[in-house]
Design a binder for this molecule. Structure first.
Ligand code: EPZ
Length: 426
C-alpha cells in the first residue's frame, strides 16, 4: 500500500505545467470507437483512470498505446461490445462507452459502474436519453445488455444537466438517423472538448457549452488527430495549494476561462490571482479571508470537484465561511479527516460550517475519494508537522504523480510503499 509523507509549513514557489484534462480525455477516448482507423490524441495525462480506459479499449479489440502525453488508438479490429466487469467496476467513466458502442455495433454490455464514494451516482439519465434514441435494455444480474437495431434522432430533456449523460447521448446521436436536441445539457468545458473532437471526426454538432446541443446524424465518421484541453480541476487544486501554503506559484499551459468562478472565490478569500494568457500566477501573504458562502453547482458555477480543496483554504481563514454542496450527496467525507488535523468544521446535511483556525497540525489521514485525497494533501502541505496520507490510489486516478509536481514547487513530499512494517521511499 502506498502513502504520501508530507512535511508541512513550506510555502510553495516556482512554476509547473498542468497536464491534460482527465474528464475530457475519458469521453474522447471512448468516442474513438465511433470511427474505424487510427486516432492520435495529444496531451493525455498518465493517470490510473486513463490506463483503465485503455485496457477496456484493448479488451474490446482495439490497439491502444500511451507514449509520453500521446495516445494512439486503432479501433479497426474492434470485435466486442462487452466491457469486462473487473474493468467496469474500477471506474465510473466506463459508462461513456455505452453511446459509442451502440452507435458502432448496435449493442453494449455493461455492469453497474464503480467510481468515487461521493454519492449514489445513478445512471437513469443516461438510460433515458439512449432509450429516446431507440436503445432497448435487458438486465441480467448486475449486467445490463443494451441493444439498438437503429438509432433515430430525438428531442431529449435532461432533468439534471448531467455531464456523463450529456456526453453519452452526444456520442450515440452523432450517427443516428435525423436530428437530436439535448435540452438542459451540461455546459462543462469537457463537453465542448468532446464536441470539438467529434466534429474533427466529421460529426455535425452545435451548442456545446450552452444548455442546448443539436446533433445532425451522419452516416460515417473518420479517425482524427486531436489535443485535449488542460485540466481545470488540477489547475484549481494547485492554485489552492499555493494559497493555503502562503506561496507564490506560476501555472503554465492552463485555460483561465475554464476557472472564472474559482478565481472569483479565491480573490474573495484574499488570494492574489493574475491571469496572463495561458498562465496563472497565484500568491497569498498571510491568512486567507473567510468567504461568507460558496455553493457548488453545474458549470459555469463553482465546481463540485474543487469543493474539498477550497474547504481546506477556508479552514485556515480568519473568520467563518459556509460551503454548500448541491451536486453530490456524499461529498463531505474529507471533513472528519480535516477535523483530526485541527480544523473546526461542522456538517449539517449539504452544508459545511467552517470556523477558520490559525493553523492545522500534521496527522495520519485517509483519502476516501479522488478530490478529498487532493484536499488532504493540501492540508498536509499547510499544516505544522508531518502528515501521512493513506489510500493514495484515489489521488493517482486524477493527478499524474502529484508528489513530483509538488516537489517542483519546493514541497517536501515522498511516496512510500509500506509492505507491512517496512517503509520504502519510491
Ligand atoms: C462528471 O461525473 C465528472 N467525471 C465528475 O468528476 C464531476 O464531479 C461531475 O461530472 C460533475 O461535474 C467525469 O467526467 C469522468 P453527473 P458524472 O452525471 O458525469 C446525478 C472527478 O473528481 N445523476 O453530472 O458522473 C448524480 O448522481 C469526478 O474528476 C443522476 O441522478 O456527473 C450526481 O448527483 C468526480 N442520474 C449529479 O447528477 C444520472 O443518470 C451529477 O452527476 C447521472 C447523474
Amino acid at each position: 500500500m502506498e502513502k504520501l509523507v508530507i512535511e508541512g509549513g513550506k510555502p510553495l514557489s516556482g512554476t509547473i505545467r498542468i497536464h491534460g484534462a482527465k474528464n475530457a480525455a475519458l469521453p474522447i477516448l471512448a468516442a474513438s470507437v465511433l470511427a474505424k482507423g487510427t486516432h492520435v490524441i495529444h496531451n493525455v495525462p498518465d493517470l490510473l483512470d486513463i490506463q483503465v480506459m485503455l485496457h477496456i479499449l484493448r479488451a474490446l479489440g482495439c490497439t491502444a498505446e500511451h507514449r509520453g502525453e500521446t495516445v494512439t488508438v486503432n479501433t479497426t479490429s474492434l470485435f466486442s461490445s462487452h466491457i469486462p466487469e473487473e474493468l467496469m467496476t474500477q471506474m465510473r467513466s466506463s459508462i461513456f462507452l455505452m453511446g459509442p458502442l451502440l452507435a458502432r455495433c448496435g449493442s453494449a454490455h455493461i455492469y453497474q459502474p464503480g467510481g468515487c464514494a461521493i454519492g449514489e451516482r445513478r445512471i437513469n439519465l443516461h438510460l433515458l436519453g439512449l432509450e429516446a434514441l431507440g436503445a432497448k435494455f435487458e438486465e441480467s444480474g448486475n449486467m445490463l445488455a443494451c441493444r439498438a437495431e437503429k438509432l433515430t434522432g430525438a428531442d431529449i430533456y435532461l432533468d439534471f444537466p448531467s455531464v456523463g449523460a450529456t456526453e453519452n447521448i452526444m456520442m450515440a446521436a452523432v450517427k443516428a438517423e435525423g436530428s437530436t436536441t439535448i435540452h438542459n445539457a451540461a455546459r462543462e468545458p469537457e463537453i465542448q472538448d468532446l464536441q470539438h473532437f467529434l466534429c474533427a471526426m466529421g460529426a455535425r454538432i452545435y451548442g456545446a457549452g450552452t444548455d442546448t446541443i443539436t446533433i445532425e446524424g451522419v452516416a460515417e465518421l473518420a479517425p482524427c488527430t486531436y489535443r485535449i484541453i488542460p485540466d481545470r480541476i488540477v489547475t484549481g487544486t494547485f492554485m489552492v495549494a499555493a494559497a493555503a501554503t502562503r506561496g507564490n506559484v506560476t501555472l503554465e499551459r492552463v485555460c483561465p476561462a475554464h476557472l472564472t468562478s474559482v478565481i472569483h472565490v479565491l480573490r474573495r478569500a484574499g488570494v492574489q490571482v493574475v491571469v496572463d494568457g495561458d498562465v496563472i500566477h497565484v500568491s497569498c501573504h498571510g491568512r486567507p479571508k473567510p468567504v461568507e458562502r460558496v455553493v457548488t453547482s453545474p458549470h459555469p458555477a463553482f465546481p463540485t470537484d474543487l469543493q474539498a480543496q477550497v474547504m481546506v483554504l477556508l479552514s485556515l481563514a480568519d473568520g467563518f465561511s459556509i460551503m454548500k454542496e448541491t451536486v453530490f450527496e456524499g461529498r463531505f467525507k474529507h471533513v472528519d479527516e480535516l477535523v483530526r488535523m485541527g480544523a473546526d468544521i461542522r456538517v449539517d446535511l449539504s452544508s459545511a460550517f467552517i470556523r477558520g483556525v490559525p493553523r492545522l497540525y500534521g496527522a495520519t489521514v485517509e483519502a476516501t475519494d479522488l478530490r478529498a485525497g487532493a484536499a488532504l494533501v493540501i492540508a498536509g502541505l499547510a499544516a505544522r508537522g508531518t502528515t501521512v496520507v493513506e489510500q493514495i490510489h484515489h489521488i493517482d486516478r486524477g493527478y499524474d504523480r502529484i508528489e513530483t509536481m509538488l516537489a517542483r514547487l519546493g514541497a517536501k513530499v515522498e511516496r512510500h510503499a509500506f509492505n507491512g512494517a517496512r517503509a520504502v521511499t519510491l
